[in-house]
Design a protein around this ligand. Structure first.
Ligand code: NAP
Length: 324
């Protein structure tokens, strides 16, 4: 494991030093400290020596467009040898400008492992915390969310989401009160299957929501039809689960070369090809790929730097290339 950076280094310190970016293949044609704004869509995206950020429509707060999922990857319990690479995954994530982490009480020991590792690294305040409620009943929901906050070791959580739309109306009432009290900043709902989009779409009319979390990747593009346009129209932030198609996309390109023209949007790996595609959609706020591999984390985070494929013609070409 690399020992070149103190484990307690903050994201801002690391970025100021440009640590790890060049090693990850991040290339700034105008120099590391020369800011540049390349987003064709103006406000939503800022790309430069710092990671791409996007604004949350309901508040204007900007968050890095690449976050991190924890389903399966962080569910390792007390196993110290399995925790070791995850500590490095989390350290690299923050070092390379990431902050939004997504957990759930549904993910076994992931909340506890994430909370422990963030505390060990001393990066708790560098993270932007999202978790979920996944149970039925108001008191059960409150008890579960309080337990999550204990496991994550956070007195407050930035984003609380109703996982898979379980007992949504009940939990939204609680979350509205919690937001008033300042225990959370944002309210969201999640689903991860395109067949559930009609239900997601109905909830998107609910004024209490700040965020939706849905599946969108080059393997699952259904959200482009109605969900993403509606999110933009309604001013909802969009967090993407399964942005790598649950890993299936890598199988689809096994043995295939990245096209030369991917370099035109600063893309140097298949992972960056997949992630830059989803980040190139202007309605997307944040994608949360999951990995337990530090090398993959570096690769994935590099997708948050440089140009994005925002031009519809380039995006069509990417899909055609993948399908070809
Ligand atoms: N309903 C919901 O609320 C819901 C549902 C699903 C997911 N989610 C959230 O969304 C997050 C992401 O979704 P996901 O974990 O299902 O799928 P994903 O992020 O699309 O894919 C994860 C898979 O991709 C592999 N991978 C990641 N980076 C890679 C790279 N650079 N090269 C090769 N392989 C790579 C990982 O394996 P390695 O570990 O080997 O890298 C893992 O098997 C979850 O962790 C969770 O937080 C929410």
């Amino acid at each position: 494991m690399s020992q070149d950076i103190s484990p307690s280094i903050t994201r801002r310190e690391a970025l100021a030093r440009g640590v790890g970016l060049l090693a990850a293949g991040v290339f700034f044609p105008h120099g590391v400290f020369g800011p540049r704004v390349l987003s064709a869509s103006g406000g939503p995206g800022i790309v430069g020596p710092e990671i791409l950020t996007r604004a949350i429509p309901s508040s204007g707060e900007r968050i890095p467009a690449l976050g991190m999922g924890t389903w399966q990857t962080f569910d390792v319990g007390e196993d110290t040898s399995a925790r070791e690479p995850l500590r490095e995954v989390l350290r690299i994530f923050v070092e390379m400008g990431g902050s939004a982490v997504d957990a759930s009480p549904m993910y076994g020991t992931s909340e506890e492992v994430l909370g422990d590792l963030a505390a060990e690294l001393g990066i708790q305040d560098d993270l932007w915390w999202a978790t979920k409620v996944w149970t039925e009943g108001a008191p059960e929901g409150v008890a579960q969310m309080e337990e999550s906050m204990g496991l994550l070791r956070r007195p407050r959580i930035e984003l609380m989401q109703v996982h898979n739309l379980v007992d949504t109306e009940t939990h939204l009432a609680t979350l509205e009160a919690w937001k008033e009290e300042g225990r959370i900043d944002y309210i969201g709902i999640t689903r991860s299957q395109s067949r559930a989009f009609p239900e997601v779409e109905r909830w998107m009319d609910d004024e209490r929501l700040d965020f939706i979390q849905i599946n969108y990747s080059m393997a699952e593009r259904e959200a482009e039809d109605r969900i993403l346009p509606k999110a933009a129209e309604r001013g909802l932030a969009v967090m993407l689960n399964r942005p790598l198609g649950g890993g299936a996309l890598f199988g689809a390109v096994e043995g295939r070369e990245l096209p030369d023209w991917a370099a035109e949007f600063d893309c140097h790996s298949w992972s960056q090809f997949f992630l830059k595609y989803v980040l190139g959609h202007p309605a997307v706020t944040c994608a949360i790929p999951a990995t337990s591999n530090p090398v993959h984390m570096r690769d994935n985070m590099a997708a948050g730097y440089g140009r994005l494929p925002e031009d519809p013609a380039i995006r069509r070409r990417m899909v055609e290339y993948l399908e070809g």
